[in-house]
Design a binder for this molecule. Sequence first.
Ligand SMILES: [Zn+2]
Length: 343
Amino acid sequence: MPLVSMRQLLDEAAKGGYGVGAFNVNNMEQIQAIMEAARETKSPVIIQASRGARAYSQDKFLYHLMLAAAELYPEIPLVMHLDHGNSFETCKSAIELGFTSVMMDGSLKEDGKTPATFEENVAVTKAVVDLAHKHGVTVEGEIGVLGGIEDGHGAGGTGLEHVTDPQQAVDFVAKTGVDALAIAIGTSHGAYKFSKKPDGSVLKMDVLIEIHKRLPNVHLVMHGSSSVPQDLQDIINQYGGKLKPTWGVPVEEIQLGIRNGVRKINVDTDNRLAITGAIRKVFVEQPEKFDPRDYMKPAREAMKKVVALRMAQFGQAGHAGDYKPISIEEMKKFYAGQAAAAK
Ligand SMILES: [Zn+2]
């Protein structure tokens, strides 16, 4: 199956009332782990690359690995998505390379750190939507500002400084025409999200529910949604790691989100933890080993297990064969029709 449009995946998820995990990658083993989990659980899936991942892999390596994934797993609807594009140019280069979906994160200025104004966000996001839709490519925007920093991108802080205003979300969607909307409800990027199990004072599920009430047809996206499970933290620390105690987003809160319009859930940290724990374990238990495959294989397997579990928990498992992929060419016509109808 060729790479498919994220819009189609999320429209289908909305029909089926489930969420789709979007997993970050930098290398071959991570892509293999995700695809094996998707095959095992029969899940459609979104694989995403940040600017950092594109730089690490020189773009082309990653793109051709994704084509290999689409070729080797023809039964899996697969989206290649740009995570946190910081500018029109970054999104344009991803579209030209062959990504089938881009995120324009105009909530921050081009430096990826300084919060932008609403007007700046609308202007750059609208420009990306106009270009992307001409190419049949999906666009995710962001309103409000997430906490934390990952891959050098982020405003820092706890994530509660710029919680999304529901009315602003409505205006933003009307002015930009985005397909999917990332909202800030107190989550942060990275491993250190919460200093205790999050309750309503730090994780604003009420705001998410209000946004969904006002925008029932917009696909909502939860960023910074690793659960940072204790067992994955323990393996790392048991084998010489030094993680400080931390809490992520509980899976039951994500499931509440999915019942209220969340269709894309970004997960990166949990997979990083799984890989690192597995590698540390081999290094400590079998210090005589030096073939990278001796630790990359268990690392890949550990990540696959986490991804397969999330696929079941988000509800995407079992849905890979529900629909025929709409080609990117057909998506161009779909968006052209949408634009004509809006005039
Ligand atoms: Zn993010």
